[in-house]
Design a protein around this ligand. Structure first.
Ligand code: AHR
Length: 619
């Protein structure tokens, strides 16, 4: 077959097409990307988060030898009005040591030999004499890997810090705090962070997960979630509040505990400044999504005459991201250590807002944002594709309001993705663009990944209509699974990208900037279920003179077991990237001259039919 690429006939810009979507489900933040090693550091876990949670979840009393102590959680003299609970160690007799220990996430607290760990806590003594604390990182059998001594010398809340170096590697260790002497000592915000975080930011993000994400080179990051943003009460001061971004910035001890709708507690340690910072660090444009004054799960609706604070949240967020430090919210950002603006371009209102109350409220947000910030692209919500009528309602609202994009979501069988390869072919340029804010085929197999790769070529081909697309969900802690499949799986010390991850990464690493017209002929599909070796050649005539791109990649979309792989260089080679299996990707450097013929030699043994080959072009 021959494929002709006309570099002179240019189509749509690909712009910010492929990005990532972060939602704190599957413990993606606490016990995940947020590198805090202590679970329930502020003793705020509560049955409102999860039925079996209590203030001492993930904590255990430690009573050694003939020691005696009473461990309680109290709220009489709290650290602050947003951090009401704290632990009290009432030492009856010191014995071999009394206190509390934190179990961390997964199998425990992972430490590496030679690495430093930053311990911090707020404490106050409840006596007129000082209390000495011994803080250790220990194995399950009590072997001490590192220790620090702290003297609590005030009856007022003070912050104490220590650096503990681990002398062993153990992924199941514990943080132990033993109180000496007699009397009472109160503890809150007990924290242990690896000194090595992504880019070594203090209180920052877990390095291995961050690197996996940074390596994708996503064009954007949508955050902080889908259902997570709109599930909750209307009062921002409520324990059960919807996700309100102003609650997530500043001193972590002042960020209120939050019920995460995925049935756990969310510390908000990973908050809006951290999301913006991480987006900047990995070169992704930030795309925050705010609730639209409506909780479709519980049908909570903000009355129209009380909508202004919700609209202000959107306007203030834009100022927080983009205003200079002379503005109120730009000044707050600068005060938090980021004087330069973040360059926000997009904002989303609502997530899968199936219901008329959302569409009644959306125009108020849209008009206010466009009036003050006409350059900001506003994303409307269409509800999940499966919602049928509501989905159409979202598009009608987007057209009526002139939304820049419409967020649509679908999770479906691989066959749906194959059948819908041409889904956007009929979408018109000049209409609101598609923000495919969540999609995945049901599974993490190679076949799922391959099907998604094929579908993504359809997204690329329709860049006139599809503006942004991101796979979902992104992260999953293997011991706290709310949803699967997911792109990256991890425990407390390991992280793996799935085949789906490698497809996403491939497309992002090689995203072109502009569509070119292509013509093909002579690509005959092989017989389904044929079981025999195939060899063949595709001749590719490429005019690379305009230097719009410099490489071509091939996704070999064979079903069944693939034993050998196509190689663009003409030789059969081992699969270069094991995670892709059937999606053998080889890259061809293009020469600078006009119309060069390249031969793609194919040799593959397959047990299923071939669906053909997908070629894509990158710079
Ligand atoms: O990605 C998981 C969930 O799926 C999201 O929270 C929601 O938007 C969708 O229903």
């Amino acid at each position: 077959g021959t494929l002709t690429v006309h570099t002179g006939r240019r189509g749509a810009e690909l712009s910010d097409l492929f990005g990532i979507f972060f939602e704190d489900l599957n413990h993606a933040a606490d016990g995940g990307l947020y590198a805090e090693l202590v679970q329930n550091r502020s003793f705020e876990f509560d049955p409102i988060d999860k039925a079996d949670y209590h203030a001492l979840t993930a904590w255990e009393p430690v009573i050694r030898g003939d020691g005696q102590a009473v461990i309680t959680v109290e709220d009489k003299e709290p650290l602050n009005a947003r951090n009401l609970h704290y632990a009290v160690i009432d030492i009856v007799s010191e014995g071999g040591g009394v206190g509390i220990m934190n179990l961390g996430f997964n199998s425990g607290i992972p430490v590496k030999e030679g690495d430093n760990y930053k311990f911090s806590m707020y404490a106050r003594r409840d006596n007129s004499w000082d209390t000495s604390l011994t803080v250790t990182i220990e194995g399950v059998d009590g072997t001490v890997y590192g220790a620090a001594e702290i003297t609590v010398n005030s009856s007022e809340w003070d912050r104490y810090e220590a650096v503990i170096q681990a002398d062993s590697t153990d992924n199941s260790s514990r943080l132990v705090i033993l109180a000496g002497g007699s009397g009472k000592v109160c503890l809150d915000m007990v924290s242990l962070f690896p000194e090595k975080t992504f880019l070594n930011r203090p209180g920052g993000l877990r390095e291995d997960l961050s690197v996996l994400l940074a390596d994708m080179k996503p064009k954007f990051m949508r955050f902080p979630g889908g259902c997570l943003i709109h599930d909750g009460s209307l009062n921002p001061d409520d324990r059960n509040s919807m996700y309100r971004w102003k609650n997530t910035i500043g001193d972590i001890a002042q960020r209120p505990p939050r019920r995460n709708n995925w049935s756990y507690n969310q510390t908000l340690g990973l908050g809006y400044l951290e999301y913006f910072q991480f987006s900047e660090d990995i070169g992704a444009k930030p795309i925050p999504v705010l609730p639209g004054g409506y909780d479709p799960h519980h049908k909570r609706i903000v009355p129209l005459d009380e909508l202004q604070p919700w609209i202000d949240d959107a306007l203030d967020l834009i100022e927080f991201a983009n205003g200079d430090s002379s503005t109120e919210w730009g000044g707050i950002r600068a005060g938090l250590g980021h004087p330069e603006p973040f360059g926000l371009e997009y904002i989303g209102i609502g997530n899968e807002e199936v219901g008329e109350p959302f569409f009644e409220r959306y125009p108020y947000f849209h008009e206010a944002i466009k009036a003050k910030y006409p350059e900001i692209k506003v994303i409307n919500s269409s509800g999940p594709f499966s919602a049928g009528k509501e989905y159409e309602r979202g598009w009608a609202s987007a057209r009526a309001n002139g939304s820049d994009l419409v967020d649509e979501h679908y999770y479906a069988a691989p066959e749906w993705f194959l059948a819908n390869h041409h889904r956007y072919d009929e979408f018109k340029a000049g209409e609101p663009k598609v923000f495919l804010g969540e999609y995945a085929s049901w599974g993490n197999t190679y076949y799922n990944a391959l099907v998604e790769a094929a579908f993504m070529t359809g997204l690329q081909n329709n860049a006139h209509a599809v503006g942004l697309a991101c796979y979902a969900p992104m992260l999953c802690n293997v011991d706290y699974v709310n949803w699967k499949p997911d792109m990256i799986w991890f425990n407390n010390h390991q992280a793996y990208g799935t085949a789906n991850y490698y497809v996403q990464k491939l497309f992002m690493n090689h995203q072109g900037d502009q569509l070119l017209e292509m013509r093909s002929c002579g690509f005959a599909p092989a017989q389904a279920q044929e079981v025999q070796p195939i060899t063949g050649a595709i001749t590719l005539a490429v005019d690379a003179s305009a230097a719009r791109f410099s490489e071509i990649s091939l996704v070999n979309n064979l079903t069944g077991e693939v034993k050998a792989y196509a190689d663009l260089s003409g030789e059969v080679a081992d699969l270069p990237d094991p995670a892709l299996n059937g999606a053998a990707k080889r890259t061809l450097e293009l020469g600078p001259t006009h119309w060069t013929d390249y031969t793609l030699s194919l040799k593959a043994v397959r047990t299923g039919g071939t669906k053909g080959f997908v070629l894509y072009f990158g710079k």
